[in-house]
Design a protein around this ligand. Structure first.
Ligand code: GLY
Length: 358
């Protein structure tokens, strides 16, 4: 086991995120001592590892496994109902606990199940993807999708602990790892420019889980998220900065019927937000170019179909992040200086899109 880093999240229910290698074996120590039953929610691809977890957590605890469909297919109310059924049949009590073991969709669903069973039981998140570690599993947003849209039903339910074992990333496909890295780049642009410097120095090393550069980037991104959600769990203010690149990004995901990875969509979204910042007279040409250079170095997209603008604009207007009927964008005044641009003129949005539309 290498050295472990602990990042604390403040708030009414503070908790620690641990980052390291070989730390999954210590999961038992962060579960609530009173829990006699543990439900491990996992996707089919992690069935074998979930079995090993069951064996290592066993002893005087009963470990139940709930295998759910991977990705967005798992974020459905029917899947939550399946987990509730497993818990009900096992007489799962209020002092028992749920473990979310998987990517962002799995930890979102596991969190929702924990938030709702008996009005809330303890939750430990064990993200197994880059996206899960730096974003989904940290911050207590849990939920399911409905036919009308993504994440429309859910609860803020902070976990008791988050365990980020980097060993779990070694078998991820390079595409998945790089797509997850888009959220790390976001953390660089809105909060910790050191991330951008590390990527520019050696992009290959930055996305390779065995390097110190990768670990530093992941830890900085988690630290950023921990600080933001520690201050503003319910997105009453500061947390909105996490939406940098997401307003257009969500519209692209919708337009692609979720076949694009989230990271790819928000990469284009961040270039768009940077262009919008520039056209609003806030951001220099150099920082906008820095966006394009970094995403290109990592093999992430910076452009989208020019003809898609009307449908993207319509999707953005429907997005729950456009509050009170007004579109809101996180823009930059500089690197690490995010701010809100409310209700920009449609002509400005169109002009910014001209810069990413091809
Ligand atoms: N993924 C954005 C947030 O947690 O608020």
């Amino acid at each position: 086991m290498t050295e472990t880093t602990t990042i604390s999240v403040a708030g009414d229910r503070p908790y620690d995120i641990t980052v390291g290698r070989g730390i999954l074996s210590g999961l038992g120590a962060v579960l609530p001592p009173a829990a006699r039953k543990i439900l491990v929610v996992h996707p089919p691809t992690l069935a074998q590892q979930a079995e090993s977890l069951r064996a290592s957590l066993g002893g005087d605890r009963e470990v139940l496994l709930a295998e759910i469909p991977d990705a967005e297919q798992g974020k459905r109310i029917e899947v939550a109902a399946f987990c509730w059924q497993v818990m009900g049949q096992a007489d799962f009590t209020r002092t028992d606990a749920v473990v979310g073991f998987g990517g962002g969709a799995v930890t979102d669903l596991a969190g929702f199940v924990a938030a709702t069973w008996l009005r809330g039981v303890e939750l430990v998140q064990v993200p197994t993807t880059v996206l899960g570690m730096v974003d989904a599993a940290v911050g207590g947003k849990t939920g399911v999708n409905t036919a009308e849209g993504k994440n429309l039903v859910g609860a803020f339910w902070p976990p008791r602990a988050v365990v980020c074992d980097l060993d779990l990333l070694d078998t991820l496909s390079p595409n998945e790892r790089v797509a997850g890295f888009a959220e790390v780049v976001k953390a660089g642009f809105i909060w910790y420019p050191e991330i951008l410097d590390i990527i520019e120095a050696d992009p290959e090393a930055a996305v390779d889980p065995v390097t110190p550069a990768f670990r530093r980037c992941i830890e900085l991104a988690i630290e950023m998220k921990a600080r933001v959600v520690g201050e503003d769990l319910r997105e009453a203010g500061l947390r909105e900065v996490l939406n940098y690149g997401h307003t257009l990004g969500h519209a692209i995901e919708h337009s692609e019927r979720y076949r694009w990875r989230h990271g790819a969509a928000i990469s284009v979204g961040m270039v768009f937000a940077a262009e919008l910042s520039r056209l609003a007279g806030r951001l220099s040409d150099d920082v906008v170019q820095r966006h394009r250079d970094i995403f290109t170095m990592l093999g992430l997209p910076t452009e989208y179909r020019a003809g898609a603008w009307p449908q993207l604009l319509a999707a953005m207007q429907r997005d729950k992040k456009s509050r009170g009927g007004m579109l809101r964008f996180i823009v930059l005044d500089d690197v690490a200086r995010p701010t809100v641009l409310q209700a920009p003129d449609e002509s400005l949005l169109f002009a910014a899109y001209q810069e990413v539309g091809r």
